[in-house]
Ligand binder design. Sequence first.
Ligand code: SAM
Length: 234
Amino acid sequence: MSYTLEPIGVVHSCFSEKFAIPRQPQLAPAATGILELFPPYNQPEALVGLEHVSHLWLLFVFHAADSGPKHLRVRPPRLGGNQRIGVFASRATHRPNPLGQSVVKLEGIVDGKLLLSGIDLLDGTPVLDIKPYVPYADALPEARNDLAPAPPAPILVEWSALALTQADEHGERLRTDLRGLIEQCLAQDPKPAYQQPEPSREYGGRFWDLNVRWHYPAADCIRVIDIQQVNLPD
Ligand code: SAM
């Protein structure tokens, strides 16, 4: 038995590559995107009632997940990248069907487009369905997950004077809280947990049309070096 699913829309997101996207939604409240709905779902009738809803579940396709053989066990970055658990105990993107789910904040609706924040979605992510978050059913105070009991502890993010100026300039151009976005994402420490970077080793990540460079002056500290505008492929 197989099923064919058609996307109802696509997310235009601040994340133009996978590296440095937080590993779950809500970890970077400044991460924003726009969900563009495809006809006929872009009509007002489909959105009536959403004015009563603060958060949404997005069900989406990991369209940029690695292809290749599926494994029954995976090594989540959260566990340091060297401990294997069953794929169904993880939120890994490489899974039997490349389906993801994220709770995101609905900031508003403009011209049939949904303005979102707190996202963990790559630019271009196809969305299969939207459902309202229902606090009494979806937020369970007694729920536990001993593999991920709490959000990862954020690490310190420092800025060069140049990077701060550039963040403010580009933030104004893009009309977004760029400082907040970069700081919240880098505080999650995007590098694989097993890497012990030399202070001289530079890392880079793409946010919007920007390349952000940073390094690790100490194991638990990131310093943003600079921010350069780049030409993104169409
Ligand atoms: N909250 C979702 C879930 O639980 O299904 C996603 C969790 S997954 C661990 C989060 C990672 O998925 C992000 O760090 C990012 O690298 C990756 N990602 C986001 N959008 C993607 C896409 N469209 N295709 C492939 N990977 C994606």
